[in-house]
Design a protein around this ligand. Structure first.
Ligand SMILES: *Cc1c(COP(=O)(O)O)cnc(C)c1O
Length: 405
């Protein structure tokens, strides 16, 4: 077998090439596409080989909770794309978030996190970590003074997402990375909304990047998956023992779907981002829409930082709806969503199909109304994940939904 992946040249391929070929390891059958190894275990020629494998004297697959050839192709491709030394695939994005935190934390540690987070990340940080005696400080991620104060004492880990869900706040990754490092902390960035195409947190000083591969990486509504990326030291010495023994392993089938997703990731993210900018501009002038939040618009309070950090506004736009007589915000949002004929009501995102959700009654319903208000999640706010459809059909659907309903 000619193993071109291991040639020195393949490491130097540009990201666009890595997305198609990175990590490809062909079997003896010389197949074109990545092979799907649906196996839970592996066999040994001799008992001595099993013993050597468990002693880690030889490098080979022993059990798919520890590693699997299809999963490892996905991990290698992700690492090459992200410019990370190592990657660990996980069953879901939340498994990536939880493992990246719990593998390194212990009782007495201090964690600082931004307030605007994906609902489950918020739950893990504010509800689960304190149960283990981990001290939590929550800050407004856009306010560097709050980060400075929170990071004035020893801290183990810092967690943020940018753009945030669903208010699309932008956090200055480089500035927070510097503050985190001064406090002795590792910065973990949830890069789901920006995708590996638009934003490169490791280049900006982050230590660990996590993904829900369920979102843009699959991007076609099929499989759950996640990834944690970082240094070889972190992934091998801290993360690997934790995930091997606690079991958030990525299924080989899902890893194969994600490998295929990566091949078209850039094309999809760029086209979806173009659609989103066009829709956000359109929505800004539409009667019945009172506020549009999109980092790609000059009206966004952190537009400049977004352009510097991401180069585009991403594939999500959030907006608030005007209430009609006697209607409250939730009723306005429900009326609008129920009148849509093309765009689906769904809490997923990053899909080729445009999906809309009402955060206050779905992803963020668990949060107290006052805290939601503090997070900027109004009752009439909807979050639209823009897909690959013809943007004129999306515009027409929104216009008719605003008029009728
Ligand atoms: C979806 C999502 C997650 C969790 O990923 P799952 O694959 O659903 O477990 C974490 N963070 C962000 C920002 C997300 O959008």
């Amino acid at each position: 077998m000619t193993d071109r992946k291991k040639s020195a040249k393949s490491k130097a391929w540009r990201p666009r090439t890595q997305m198609i070929r990175g990590g490809l390891e062909r079997s003896g059958f010389d197949e074109t596409s990545e092979a799907m190894y649906l196996t839970s275990g592996y066999v040994y020629d001799k008992a001595e080989e099993a013993q050597a494998a468990f002693k880690e004297e030889i490098d080979r697959f022993v059990y798919s909770r520890f590693g699997n050839p299809t999963v490892s192709m996905f991990e290698e491709r992700m690492a090459l794309l992200e410019g990370a030394e190592a990657c660990r695939g996980t069953a879901t994005g939340m498994a990536a978030v939880f493992s990246s935190l719990m593998c390194q934390l212990k009782t007495g540690d201090h964690v600082v996190a931004a307030r605007a987070l994906f609902g489950s990340c918020q739950y893990v940080i504010t509800e689960i970590l304190p149960r283990f005696g981990i001290e939590i400080t929550i800050v407004d991620g856009t306010d560097l003074e709050q980060w400075k104060e929170a990071l004035s004492k020893d801290t183990r880990a810092v967690f943020l997402e940018t753009p945030s869900n669903p208010t699309l706040e932008i956090i200055d990754i480089k500035a927070v990375a510097d503050l985190a490092h001064n406090a002795g902390a590792k910065l973990i960035v949830d890069n789901v909304f920006a995708t590996p195409i638009l934003q490169h947190p490791l280049e900006l000083g982050a230590d660990i990047v996590i993904y829900s591969a369920t979102k843009h990486i699959d991007g076609q509504g099929r499989c759950m998956g996640g990834a944690v990326l970082g240094t070889a030291e972190f992934c091998n010495d801290t993360l690997k023992p934790f995930v091997r023994h606690t079991g958030p392993a990525l299924s080989p089938f899902n890893a194969w779907v994600m490998l295929k997703g990566l091949e078209t990731l850039e094309l999809r993210v760029e086209a979806q981002s173009r659609n989103t900018l066009e829709l956000a501009t359109y929505l800004s002038g539409l009667e019945g829409v009172t506020k549009v939040i999109y980092p790609g618009l000059a009206s966004h309070p952190q537009h400049e930082l977004a352009m510097k950090q991401m180069g585009s506004g991403s594939t999500l736009v959030s907006f608030e709806l005007e209430c009609r007589d006697g209607e409250d915000g939730k009723e306005a949002a429900f009326r609008f969503q129920n009148a849509l004929e093309l765009i689906d009501i769904s809490n997923n995102l990053g899909d080729t199909k445009s999906l809309i959700t009402h955060p206050a009654t779905t992803t963020h319903q668990r949060i107290e109304p006052e805290e939601r208000a503090r997070m900027g999640i109004g009752e009439s706010l909807v979050r639209l994940s823009v897909g690959l459809e013809d943007v004129d059909d999306l515009k027409e659907d929104m216009a008719q939904a605003l008029k009728t309903g």
